[in-house]
Ligand binder design. Structure first.
Ligand SMILES: Cc1cc2nc3c(=O)[nH]c(=O)nc-3n(C[C@H](O)[C@H](O)[C@H](O)COP(=O)(O)OP(=O)(O)OC[C@H]3O[C@@H](n4cnc5c(N)ncnc54)[C@H](O)[C@@H]3O)c2cc1C
Ligand SMILES: *[C@@H]1O[C@H](CO)[C@@H](O)[C@H](O)[C@H]1NC(C)=O
Ligand SMILES: *[C@@H]1O[C@H](CO)[C@@H](O)[C@H](O)[C@H]1NC(C)=O
Ligand SMILES: *[C@@H]1O[C@H](CO)[C@@H](O)[C@H](O)[C@H]1NC(C)=O
Ligand SMILES: *[C@@H]1O[C@H](CO)[C@@H](O)[C@H](O)[C@H]1NC(C)=O
Ligand SMILES: *[C@@H]1O[C@H](CO)[C@@H](O)[C@H](O)[C@H]1NC(C)=O
Ligand SMILES: *[C@@H]1O[C@H](CO)[C@@H](O)[C@H](O)[C@H]1NC(C)=O
Ligand SMILES: *[C@@H]1O[C@H](CO)[C@@H](O)[C@H](O)[C@H]1NC(C)=O
Ligand SMILES: *[C@@H]1O[C@H](CO)[C@@H](O)[C@H](O)[C@H]1NC(C)=O
Length: 521
């Protein structure tokens, strides 16, 4: 982000922003109202009373609420596709960049920040969900949240679910287009793997479904990120089967309780477990049990089993007896209760909590890595020491294998398939933006420390854990320039993504710091 902020400052000092904005806003509004009667409610200017609250409503990284972060000239909140078409045509005509926002969870705020004059298309009012239990499918508009989707499925069936992320406020638009994984992905793959149709408004304002967009573009938006290709307005998915009873457990272990040895064992088995068992480990720091006021590393082994406790117990005894699991450690529940649990709620909370879209968010920085060989003990000990330097670090180790290993690397743009034991998400959060640089420095040192233990050439990363440190476009970057970061997210799929971009947006209108450039640039 540092780079981005520096270039903003340069822009502002060269061009007097106010005169540009005034002109852009007026001409955009005139253009928009020549097509539509609803300008005042749908297009918010910085003068509108609801501008600030709408902008803030889905900023999920407090770092980017700061006044120093560039704000949009306009926010468009469409109620229908016609208003999206109009917004694209008027933005192109009057030189405004577009940022599309569904749930606003982008780790670098790319759905609501730009250094060029820009507007946000915020999809909050386009969030209908239509479930067809008989056909075991659903159409979901991009502005819906995962919580709304899970709720809508559970309202109609106890034995259907969908493989997607844990945090209920994540937007469908960014999540599906970047891949999307959660507790069901060893059984059913990514969200993107279960998308069977979609609807997009392209750079020419045309509304296309799968048939009209063709298989290349349909491939690209299932893991290549939506924001390079247009505004994706809806998705059709296949629902998946879940049993009426699932089982969860969570066992925290400190260093005194053999956390290191247990984690070594976890690395050797997590990816080989049956597809029905998702067992991730979440690593943080906590007070040490010895009364010296010291800190210790805590590794929590948390599992979701698609079945009953009586079948899980022998499975755990055979594969991971060191964890010492007993019947008392298991809780049976419905699948939707497990959604509450992994979403940070109590399993007895009312399902309506899944519909809440408001949420307070800390400032944070995150990164990702993929692991193909278990990290050795000395590597782990160095990692623990680095974690103990921070106040609130979290590492989420998500096991791969299962269905993820069966899908080929080129099936979708998401290439992280067979051969990965697990991925790591590194997270650090803090309250005051005055501390930002200290924590980001720590995160970068941690990432440097991990170099020998993770994938190389390229050092792979997950698009939905967006990280501008791995590289970014400067202005209208070429394909060759963008390869430095593009290969990390997409490996050899990057070339095909750039070819699709060439076909659908040859003038590179939909662009940002990590958008796919047209292949021919
Ligand atoms: C608290 C938290 C928990 C998370 N947990 C998980 C998890 O369990 N599993 C996982 O896989 N990921 C997880 N993520 C990451 C999440 O999947 C990504 O941040 C995802 O991109 C968010 O989608 P969004 O719509 O909320 O974000 P947005 O910020 O709205 O969008 C993200 C990107 O997609 C683009 N985009 C959004 N909507 C559209 C659209 N309709 N058309 C075209 N482009 C669009 C945006 O322009 C932006 O570039 C988590 C993130 C957070 C903050
Ligand atoms: C705008 O409103 C007028 C009168 O209410 C109507 O005749 C016209 O068709 C509307 N135009 C559009 C583009 O909706
Ligand atoms: C915002 O309000 C100010 C002061 O009333 C006015 O000068 C400016 O033109 C307005 N801007 C827009 C985009 O309406
Ligand atoms: C739940 O489903 C019933 C019909 O099965 C429907 O009437 C109701 O509106 C649904 N609730 C929600 C919040 O979707
Ligand atoms: C697991 O169950 C045992 C009793 O069988 C109990 O002593 C232990 O505290 C439980 N562990 C957790 C993390 O709940
Ligand atoms: C740690 O593991 C060793 C053997 O690997 C075992 O002897 C010891 O009892 C374990 N300690 C705890 C606290 O579980
Ligand atoms: C949820 O409710 C059940 C049944 O009332 C109860 O046994 C259980 O302890 C509750 N669990 C939690 C986590 O509150
Ligand atoms: C969100 O809104 C609900 C209902 O209005 C409220 O109960 C809840 O406390 C709010 N949560 C946050 C984090 O503001
Ligand atoms: C970007 O660069 C290409 C090739 O260099 C050029 O054809 C294109 O017009 C440029 N696009 C923009 C938006 O500047």
């Amino acid at each position: 982000m540092e780079f981005a902020l520096i270039s903003t400052i340069i822009l502002i000092s060269i061009f007097p922003q106010t005169s540009i904005s005034y002109h852009l806003e007026t001409t955009f509004l005139q253009c928009f109202s020549s097509y539509s009667n609803s300008t005042t409610k749908v297009v918010l200017t910085q003068n509108s009373s609801s501008y600030a609250s709408l902008l803030q409503s889905s900023i999920r990284n407090h770092r980017f609420s700061d006044t120093s972060v560039p704000k949009p000239n306009l926010i468009v909140t469409p109620n229908n596709l016609f208003q999206i078409q109009t917004t694209i045509l008027c933005s192109k005509k009057h030189g405004l960049q577009i940022r599309v926002r569904s749930g606003g969870h982008d780790y670098e705020g790319l759905s609501y920040i730009s250094n060029l004059p820009f507007l946000i298309i915020d999809l909050t009012y386009l969030r209908s969900i239509t479930i067809d239990i008989k056909e075991e499918s659903a159409w979901i508009q991009s502005g819906a949240t995962l919580g709304e989707l899970y709720y809508a499925i559970a309202n109609q069936s106890k034995v259907h679910g969908f493989p997607a992320g844990s945090c209920p406020t994540i937007g469908v638009g960014g999540h599906f287009s970047g891949g999307g994984f959660g507790t069901l992905f060893r059984k059913y793959g990514l969200s993107a793997d279960n998308v069977i149709d979609a609807q997009i408004v392209d750079v020419n304002g045309k509304i296309l479904d799968r048939k009209l967009m063709g298989e290349n573009l349909f491939w690209a938006i299932r893991g290549g990120g939506g924001s390079s290709f247009g505004v994706i307005t809806a998705w059709k998915i296949n629902l998946v089967h879940v049993p009426s009873t699932v089982t969860i457990f969570s066992i925290p272990k400190s260093l005194d309780q053999n956390a290191t040895t247990l984690f070594m064992k976890w690395q050797s088995i997590a990816e080989k477990l049956p597809n029905e068992l998702f067992l991730h480990s979440v690593i943080g720091v906590g007070a040490s049990s010895s009364s010296d006021g010291g800190k210790t590393v805590l590794v929590s082994f948390t599992g979701l089993y698609l079945g009953k406790a009586e079948n899980l117990l022998p499975l755990m005894e055979n594969s991971f007896s060191e964890l010492g699991l007993k019947n008392d450690n298991f809780t049976e529940m419905s699948w939707i209760q497990s959604v509450l649990y992994f979403g940070g709620y109590s399993i007895n909370d009312s399902l309506e909590v899944l519909l809440q879209r408001n949420q307070t968010s800390p400032s944070f920085k995150a990164k990702s890595d993929f692991v193909k060989e278990p990290i050795d003990i000395s590597g782990l000990e160095g990692l623990w020491n680095m974690l103990l330097e921070e106040k609130a670090p979290t590492l989420i180790m998500t096991p791969y294998g299962g269905r993820m290993s069966e899908i080929s690397e080129s099936e979708t743009p998401f290439p992280h398939r067979n051969g990965n034991i697990y991925d790591i998400q590194y997270l650090v959060s803090w309250d005051s933006n005055e501390e930002t640089s200290k924590h980001i420095d720590w995160m970068r040192r941690l990432y440097a420390y991990m170099t020998p233990y993770v994938t190389k050439s390229p050092r792979a990363a997950y698009l939905n854990y967006r990280d501008l440190d791995i590289g970014m476009n400067i202005g209208n970057a070429s394909y060759v320039e963008a390869k430095s970061w593009g290969m990390k997210y997409f490996k050899s799929n990057f070339e095909r993504l750039a070819q699709v971009k060439d076909e659908v947006d040859p003038s590179n209108f939909f662009r940002h710091e990590q958008s796919i450039p047209p292949f021919s640039y």
